[in-house]
Each structure stands twice: as C-alpha cells, then as structure tokens.
Design a binder for this molecule. Structure first.
Ligand SMILES: *[C@@H]1O[C@H](CO)[C@@H](O)[C@H](O)[C@H]1NC(C)=O
Ligand SMILES: *[C@@H]1O[C@H](CO)[C@@H](O)[C@H](O)[C@H]1NC(C)=O
Ligand SMILES: *[C@@H]1O[C@H](CO)[C@@H](O)[C@H](O)[C@H]1NC(C)=O
Ligand SMILES: *[C@@H]1O[C@H](CO)[C@@H](O)[C@H](O)[C@H]1NC(C)=O
Ligand SMILES: *[C@@H]1O[C@H](CO)[C@@H](O)[C@H](O)[C@H]1NC(C)=O
Length: 626
C-alpha cells in the first residue's frame, strides 16, 4: 500500500496548493466581482439590495411591509413609510435595503385606510439597485399598479463558491492523472491486488481486531485505548465532518447555506454535527469490542469512559465561554450546554450501554447464514429497548409536556412565526425544559431563529431534550460498527445492510416530514434535533459509509487524504479551531468586510491550515487523546 500512502501525501499537498491557488485567484484586488459604490443613501451590507420605492399616488401615504419567503407563517414587518410629497407628478421616494438571501414578500398598504394596495414576491440580487413604481394604471379604472424596475444589475454572489469548487475539482483531476501516470506500474499491481477477493478479505481481517503493528501511529482520541482497529473509512468520514465543521464554524464565506437553518430545514452547516456523533458511535463500538476481546476489564473501561466524558464536558464549558466578544464572564452568565458537552453525555450513555450489554461478536456470521441476517440488530435487543424507550421519552415530553403560555406540542420558533401568536415559545418543550432547569442566562443567547423570526428568548440548540436524540444518532452509528464487525468477511453483506438502513431511515424521514420543510408531523430541525433530523442525517451517514467503505477500505482507490488526517486527531482540531478562531492567520483584516469572496478566501485558508496542521501532527505521530 506504499503507493497509496505516497499518493495520499501528494493529495494532501495538492489540496493545500489548491486552496492557496483558489485563494490567490479570489484574492482581494482581483476584480471578479465588481465593487459597488455603496456610500449613497443607504449603506448596503452583504446579502442586501437597494430598493427605491416611488410613491406616485396623489394624496396617499404608503406603508411597505416585508417578510422573507423562508420565514414560515411570519407576520409582515413594517419596512418603511413613503409619504405623499404633495406635488402632482413629482413622486416621493424612500430608499431601503432589502435582504437578498431568499425571496422577499412585499406588501404595500394605504397608511390611512390600512388597506392592501398591492403585494409582490421577488428574489432580489446582492448589491442590485431596484425601483418599485407605485402609480395609477392608465385605464381610468382607479387601479393601482406596482412595477419593479432593475436600475443596476445585481452581482452574482455565488460566483466565488463556483470558482473555489471548480479549482478544487480541477486539482483533484490533475492529481488523479498525475498519480496514474507516475505510478503506472505500482498502480497496476495494486489494481490486481484490489480485485482479488481473497486478498481483500485478508486485508480486512488483518485490519480488524489484530494486534497493533509496530510503527502504526496510535489512533485518535475517541478510542478508549490504543486500539488496533484500522477502518480508514471511519476516520475519513469523521475527517470530512470535521473539516466541514471547521469551515462552517469559521463563517463559510457568510453564505446562508453554510450557516445553520433559521428553524426548520437543512443547510450544509446542519449536516456536520450529527455525522460526527454518528461516527463517534461507530468508533465506540469498534474500539470497545477490541479492548474486550483482548481481555480488558469492563470495570476499568467504565472508569475511563466516565473520566473521558467528564473531561469532554469540562473542556466544552471552557470553550463555549470565551471572553472576547462579551467581555469577562462570571458563573452567573456562563453557558452550560454546548457541542462538546453534548458529545460527552452522548458518549457516556452509549458507551455504558454497550459496556453493560456487549456480547462477543459471533464468529458464525463470518459465513452467510440466513439466521445471521439480522443478528447485528437482534443480539443487541437490550440496547435497542433502552434507546427506543428514551425516544419514547423524547416524544412524550415534546408532544405532551404542558408549557405555560404555549400550546402543548409546539415545535415552532416563536417570535414573529405562527403569525406572532407565541412570541416566547421558541422550541416549545425543549426550550422550556432548558430554561426551567438551567436558567435563561446559562443558555445560548443568539439562537439561529433570532434574525429571521425575531425571537427574543434564550434558546440552546445543544439543550437537554435534544441530547436524547443525539444518543439515538450515536446508537445508529454503533449499529454501523456492528455491521462492520459481524459481517467483516462479506463486503456484499455489509453494503447491503448499509443500503437497507439508508432506505429504511430515509423512508421514516419522508413519513415524518411528509417530504416537506414545514408541513410534516416532525419537521427536520437542527435546533430541536428532532427525530426526523436524526433519521434523515443517519440515512445520509449510511449512504456515505456505503460509498466510502468500498472505495477507501475494500478497493483502496482513495486513501481518504486529506480528510483522514484531521479525522485521526479530532479533539485537537476541534478544540484548536475553536480556541484560535480569532488569531492570525486564521482570521485577518478584510479589505471589504461585506464581500463574500474575501470571507470565503479567509475561511477556506483557515480550514486548509487546520488540515495541514493535522497532517504534520500525523506525520510526527502526535495525537491528542483524552
Ligand atoms: C409608519 O407609519 C405608521 C402609521 O402612521 C406608524 O405606526 C409606524 O411606526 C411608521 N413606521 C415607520 C418605520 O416609520
Ligand atoms: C402623509 O404623511 C405626511 C407626513 O408624514 C402627513 O403630513 C400627511 O398628512 C399624510 N397624508 C395622508 C393622506 O395621510
Ligand atoms: C395592510 O392591509 C392588510 C389588509 O388590507 C391588513 O391586514 C394589514 O394589517 C395592513 N398592514 C399594515 C402594516 O397596516
Ligand atoms: C440606483 O438607481 C437610481 C436610478 O437609476 C439612481 O438614481 C441611484 O443613484 C442608484 N443608487 C445607487 C446606490 O447606485
Ligand atoms: C415575552 O417575553 C418578554 C420579555 O421577556 C415580555 O416582555 C413579553 O411580555 C412576553 N410576551 C408574552 C406574550 O408572554
């Protein structure tokens, strides 16, 4: 596998080169997106357009209200009043900045009569200049027309993302070609090796459960011991989730689809955390089984699990309470929940569950038998019973817990959503439980619905109730680990089971959400970690394993570079990227702070830097284990 290793190294180097190159291409000064003179009338920010409203109705004052199409059942918010100037034929004008992230709904009323004159839906473009002409139609019927005119065309704000994507793609293609040309001989040897089924089986067998070979780097932090399990696809998947997480946490170029959804729905940013939880479940099972197989004591393992969870929670509390934005904090204001805290609790519950009920992996399943086909599920019935009971608790609390002042079973964002009827009900039971048990001031103060839905109450996306569903997510990851070990000799059996889980969970999601964003019984929601969010994301996770396992482990077509390296050092990269987020060179002074392009360059560079750091540490065999 030396050629593959070498190629991995080359791939890492070239991907870094790719990000540097795309950074250079997109760098400040190059004029891919024209800069606008935004100093007149209204100061336009990122994702805004200028709208000039011309009131040409004699004797009528206009009230213009606005809402985003993405804001589900929202009250319209008054944007501006355009009074009648007084002279006929001389319209009075108001200039406003409108959001361009999603489509806009505009309603124009007669201020005095509170009567709707016209209503329009339009998707404005970033930094565009538009005019809305409100006047009487020339047919003498007294009808009123609202015409939208484009004065200056908007810029294409997605262009930098496309360029970065194409540069990355081009470099990967070049790299594959290079690898192909340079090691043609190696490559052929290695193909013939990969095709031989016996060889494949031997590889997988020797890489599962066999004692660690000398010179093997120690595996990463999540594992309770220096376990010898080498499933590269697991580390690669973790690395993919982690790299995406670093990128979106650093801002993701300030694009809305790299930020968390306002309430219901999925964006790129919503994908990464559950995947991380899922793959943590898989690692827990793989490492724990190997420790137990080598005669490790369950009692000692329990102690280590408890200590590790405690450390994760403590580290998490330190990390979510930085002083640089809010000034020095005290215990009264410290946030308690957070990403590492949730990981710690999830880890504890799932690891203890497996520890209590773990059975030795049966050898009979090594050869396909029909009685074995569901053994990975049936042999862990006590765990399933416990997890399903927990899920029952989630459903019961979510849908039947009475919340003062709010409808029972409320799942909405509150604020101006649901026509403003429940402004303080953000998150229903989940929000209520956190506010009751932890207190407002110990929760996250800027939840994602605050902008679009104008919510006022504190709400924590990593709250107590959602942790139940993250346990379910990790447990589905454990299931993936069981499939790996129970059917380790039958690649086909593993892949069929992954595909089956992917479809099964996907169908549950479709049923729960009615294949819609907002209309389902349980919509997909990152803030609540709703049940459908878990089924959807674990369905995706099984799909990714379905692709990665044959490509990375069975055939060895891809080493997993460069994602493999951060995946091997996940704690270090996670803690490091949080702590050093505001340090140079992860962040620097931008020439134009309202430019997606400059933010994107900065965020890609910072992410690439963390990949590079992870690579160097991997080479030096430095792994942060807790
Ligand atoms: C617009 O006019 C209405 C009615 O006169 C008033 O209540 C409201 O505050 C005004 N809004 C703005 C943004 O000026
Ligand atoms: C329109 O607004 C102006 C100034 O806000 C006010 O003086 C005028 O009386 C209003 N006209 C009507 C018809 O409401
Ligand atoms: C505009 O008119 C509609 C119906 O004509 C009314 O329901 C709404 O409250 C009005 N909005 C404002 C801001 O006056
Ligand atoms: C927008 O267009 C209008 C009409 O062409 C023009 O008068 C105004 O100066 C433009 N505003 C900006 C900020 O470019
Ligand atoms: C919501 O909370 C705010 C501040 O906490 C309070 O002023 C307001 O009255 C509350 N609204 C309702 C409907 O309870």
């Amino acid at each position: 596998m030396n050629s593959a290793r070498g190629a991995g190294r080359a791939l890492a180097a070239l991907l870094l080169a790719a990000s540097v190159l795309s950074a250079a291409l997109l760098a400040p000064g190059s004029s891919l997106t024209p800069d606008l003179d935004r100093k007149r009338h209204v100061e336009l920010k990122m994702d805004q357009a200028l709208l000039l409203i011309h009131n040409e109705l004699p004797g009528t004052n206009l009230t213009v209200s606005w809402s985003s199409e993405r804001c589900y059942q929202c009250l319209l918010q008054v944007l501006v009043n355009v009074s009648w100037g007084g002279k006929a034929g001389k319209p009075s004008t108001a200039a406003v900045a409108v959001s361009t992230q999603h489509g806009s709904i505009l309603q124009l009323n007669d201020t005095a009569q509170q009567r709707e004159l016209c209503r329009l839906e339009y998707k404005f473009g970033e930094f565009g200049n538009y005019s809305l002409l409100v006047k009487h139609a020339h047919n003498g019927m007294g009808e009123i027309t609202c015409d939208l005119v484009v004065n200056d065309k908007p810029v294409d704000s997605n262009l930098p993302v496309c360029i970065a994507f194409l540069v990355g793609l081009a470099l990967i293609i070049v790299l594959c070609l290079l690898r192909f040309l340079l090691s043609l001989e190696d490559f052929q040897n290695w193909i013939s090796k990969a095709i031989s089924a016996q060889e494949t089986d031997r590889l997988i067998n020797s890489e599962l459960g066999s004692p660690s070979r000398a010179g093997d780097p120690h595996p990463e932090a999540w594992r309770p011991s220096a376990a010898p399990l080498r499933l590269r696809c697991v580390d690669t998947f973790r690395g993919i989730a982690l790299v995406l997480m670093v990128f979106v946490n650093y801002g993701g170029g300030r694009y809305w689809y790299f930020k968390h959804a306002s309430w219901n729905g999925l964006t790129v940013a919503d994908l990464v955390f559950p995947w991380f939880v899922f793959i943590m479940g898989t690692s827990i099972f793989l490492s724990m089984t190997s420790v137990l197989q080598r005669g490790g004591s369950r009692f000692r393992l329990l102690g280590r699990v408890a200590w590790r969870s405690f450390l994760l929670i403590c580290m998490g509390i330190v990390i979510v309470n930085p002083n640089y934005c809010l000034g020095p904090l005290s215990w009264e204001k410290a946030r308690i929940p957070g990403v590492l805290q949730r990981l710690g609790v999830t880890y504890f519950v799932v690891a203890v569950l497996e520890l209590l009920f773990a059975k030795p992996v049966p050898e009979i399943c090594a050869s396909e038998r029909s009685c074995c086909s569901l053994l990975d599920v049936t042999s862990s019935w006590p765990q399933w019973l416990f997890v399903l009971m927990l899920e029952g608790v989630w459903l019961a609390l979510t849908f039947f817990l009475p919340v003062p002042g709010c409808p029972t079973g409320y799942l909405g964002p509150g604020g101006i959503g649901d026509l403003g009827k429940y402004p303080n009900c953000t998150g229903g039971a989940a929000g209520y439980i956190d506010r009751l048990l932890l207190g407002d001031s110990h929760l996250y103060q800027h939840p994602s619905p605050a902008v679009l839905y104008h919510t006022k109450v504190a709400y924590d996306p990593e709250g107590i109730l959602g942790t139940i569903n993250s346990i379910l997510m990790a447990f589905l990851g454990v299931q993936a680990g069981k499939i790996f070990l129970y059917y380790k000799d039958q690649t086909k059996g593993v892949l069929i089971r992954f595909a089956a889980w992917c479809c099964f969970l996907g169908l549950i999601s479709v049923a729960l959400t009615k294949a819609s964003e907002n209309e389902g019984v349980i919509p997909v929601n990152k803030n609540l970690w709703s049940a459908s969010y878990v089924t959807t994301l674990s369905s995706f996770a099984f799909l990714i394993l379905l692709v990665l396992y044959p490509v990375v482990d069975v055939k060895g077509l891809w080493t997993g570079a460069p994602f493999f390296y951060p995946g091997m050092n996940s704690i270090l990269v996670y803690v490091g990227h949080e702590v050093f987020a505001n340090y140079f060179p992860f962040q620097w002074q931008l020439g134009d702070s309202q430019s997606h392009r400059e933010h994107l360059v900065q965020n890609i560079a910072a992410t690439a830097l963390w990949v590079l750091i992870a690579y160097i540490l991997y080479k030096k065999k430095v792994f942060w284990k807790i």
